[in-house]
Design a protein around this ligand. Structure first.
Ligand SMILES: C[S@@+](CC[C@H](N)C(=O)[O-])C[C@H]1O[C@@H](n2cnc3c(N)ncnc32)[C@H](O)[C@@H]1O
Length: 363
């Protein structure tokens, strides 16, 4: 898609999937974080105009509606900060927002400006006051690769309880990475926060994968949990990745749940980020690879527990507990897993379940 010039543009099919992930995640994120914090902050650094030419809601409205829907559970102040460099889009967003009834605990700031400058200045101000930022979710959704320098992501992760959701436009990066204009290549380097992208450009093989892995590697240096969702065009070309990075175990789990809901059988190639080489199998094979992976991981460990395997699956793979249960059922049926007799909550373990206190031996 070429970068639209008009104020509103038609919504692409992927955008709907992106918004679905965002909505589902925020429906969990807002109530969880507001339970324990006096203030939480949602930043949309590339907000757009708030709607598409067909009338569909834009990302600021998706986020705001997710919070409005849960307003009774939101005891804390919820700050929304929307910014876009285009005055016409910001004006349209303001008009769209003015039609919404805003709960009293919500504060909405709408700003015409570039993400780099506005968010950079906010971080400068916090640094100079020595203050920590409230728990913050930052959505970085540019059309291309300009204006989203990695140094801002890096600075954000110096604060606890912050997370990012980033559209990583790998297709345009791949097209421009050998551009003769050094300024263009510089922007790409800024987006990665390292000039290693230039090395990736030297060979054409698997360049998309290697660019993704480089970005993933940089994010992983700052945040323990990194997930991505692959967006392909109709002709099956990878257009962009949606990256999510957090230091929070529960946030990670909630994002995985959101991604699996949007893509229960893998049409968008929800992939594993912890081990960049590991493929996730989809459709009827969803759990086949997971069983083998768990067995390989724990076979030499002797006896292990349901809790240890669950934490591995939840924290280090793309899968959820329900996938673990399916995979372990298959392993047990095939005689590759022995479950030692155990009591769970005073009751014998039910066949086909793998509670935290189950004792597991992989054969
Ligand atoms: C992909 S669109 C955003 C769509 C929106 N997030 C949504 O999902 O509905 C990118 C937006 O970023 C704006 N933009 C481009 N460069 C920017 C920058 N450096 N800082 C802030 N906004 C920028 C564009 O005007 C455009 O509205």
């Amino acid at each position: 898609m070429t970068t639209p010039k008009e104020t509103l543009w038609p919504m692409e099919p992927h955008t709907k999937a992106k918004h679905d992930i965002l909505r589902r995640y925020l429906q969990a994120w807002f109530p969880i974080l507001s339970r324990y914090n006096g203030r939480i902050v949602y930043i949309d650094g590339f907000s757009g105009p708030g709607s598409y030419s067909g009338g569909e809601p834009g990302s600021p409205i998706v986020a705001l509606d997710a919070a409005i829907e849960h307003r009774r559970a939101l005891k804390s102040e919820v700050v929304f900060w929307f910014m876009d460099e285009r005055a016409d889009r910001i004006e349209h967003l303001r008009t769209t927002l003015s039609r919404r009834e805003i709960p009293p605990q919500f504060r909405i700031h709408v700003e015409c400006g570039t993400f780099d400058r506005a968010f950079g200045s906010a971080l400068d101000a916090l640094d100079s006051m020595g203050s920590a930022i409230a728990p913050t979710f930052v959505f970085i959704d540019p059309f291309g690769f300009a204006g989203a320098p990695f140094k801002l992501v890096e600075r954000l992760f110096k604060h606890p309880k912050c997370e990012v959701f980033i559209t990583f436009m790998v297709d345009s990066i791949n097209r421009f990475i050998e551009h003769p204009n050094a300024e263009v290549v510089n922007r790409i380097n800024e987006m990665f926060g390292t000039s290693d992208a230039a090395d990736v450009a030297k060979t054409p093989e698997n360049r998309i994968d290697r660019l993704r892995m480089l970005y993933q590697r940089e994010l992983r240096k700052r945040a323990q949990f990194v997930r991505y969702f692959e967006m392909r065009t109709r002709d099956d070309r990878i257009q962009y990745y949606l990256f999510f990075a957090t230091k929070n175990e529960l946030g990670h789990l909630k994002m995985k749940e959101a991604m699996w809901r949007v893509d229960p059988d893998g049409a968008f190639r929800f992939s594993d980020a912890t081990d960049p080489a590991q493929l996730v199998l989809f459709g009827s094979n969803v759990c086949a690879g997971l069983g083998a992976d768990i067995r390989t991981r724990f076979r030499d460990a002797g006896e292990t527990s349901g809790a240890i395997v669950r934490r591995y699956v939840e924290n280090e793979t793309a899968y959820l507990k329900k996938h673990m249960t399916e995979a372990l059922k298959e392993e047990e049926k095939a005689g590759r897993l022995r479950v030692e007799a155990t009591k769970h909550g005073g009751q014998a373990r039910r066949k086909g379940t793998f509670p935290d206190d189950a004792r597991l031996v992989f054969l």
